[in-house]
Design a protein around this ligand. Sequence first.
Ligand code: ZN
Length: 413
Amino acid sequence: MTPIRSVAATLVALFLAGSPSRAQEVTTVIRAAKIIDGRGATIANGDIVVTGGKIARVGARGAVPAGARVIDLGARTVMPGLIDGHSHLTWYFNRQSRYHTGRDGDTPMQSILAAAANASATLMAGFTTIQSPGSPEDKDLREWIETQGLPGPRIITSLVALQRGSPDTLRALVRERKAQGADLIKLFASASIRDGGSQTLTDEQIAAVCSEAKAVGLRTLIHAHSKESVKASAKGGCTEMTHGMFVDQEALDMMASHGAYFQPQCTLVLSNYLDNRAKYDGIGNYNAEGFAAMEKALPLAPDVIKRALATKGLKVTYGTDAVAGAHGRNAEDMVCRVQKSGESPMHVIMSASSVTAESMGLGARIGSIAAGYEADIIAVDGDPIADITSVRRVSFVMKGGKVFRNDGLPAQR
Ligand SMILES: [Zn+2]
């Protein structure tokens, strides 16, 4: 072989080795002591057969198909890849240990590298899909993760959130986001918790956004703290309300009767701000008053979830509002919801998988370990049904059939 031909052969070999289609053609059998399917069922000593990036079969341990590789996860517990319905991957602490703002001197390239690090930390923590409400950089992150090999969760994004404008202006902004490639619309209907959380838009403005979004086929995620803003959003036909720190029973009932989803936070977002106070302090509403408001709200949060779970017909999704400092700790609200809101471990696992998938319109594609679903599969050390803190100990992550993490146990043939 001439040198040129040998270089060409090497390039072809490298191309084939790196080609995703080749990797996905390999059949993989994931074997574990316990499989939680994300819909409330468990399988003891089961197999999950993965082909072409999708789950081909799940059930009792069976014969290994010819040529398949076996990943035996031993005593670990297997679950669907987790879903965080509220994560801000572009928020980060800069190298001066301060919350990044547009005026801190970081270049756009440095900022996107920080977001890539957050994406990787999120995936390694077992979260294979996140919803970002939202930032313009999400568009490139979403594409680079989907098609360019950047390790990170699937991103569902609103791009830039809507905050103000006449009903007509807001309707035009909804159509603009649609044209820009947004997966959903994020709207601020109330002030931040640091500013009291009261309603900031009229009922008419809220309804304009949610009806226009529905007309163009987009879901709506509404930032709403006060009971009034939650009720206006439910009446306005919005898809999902997030936060709801000051909801009353009537607001909870209204979300249920309008078929809206509710995405409350249990601890991560507020405790992360309080734990990292020095990094946020003095920027915008991260001031003495803002921190006092967050300190006051933190102990109220588990009770909001307790009341939401007790509300008949209300679907409670999982969304941590992970900001700078919180990425990779997205499972903390699962622990909080079990330990402080009294939710059962199985119920919170379903919330962070099939229920949140359904809320995002992806219930037939992700969030369950079932035939035909994307092979988004994770494993934790221990049994989360007996000890919910085991969701902190993710040791295996597969997304779309590709293994991103497998601590300790190499893949076997
Ligand atoms: Zn948020």
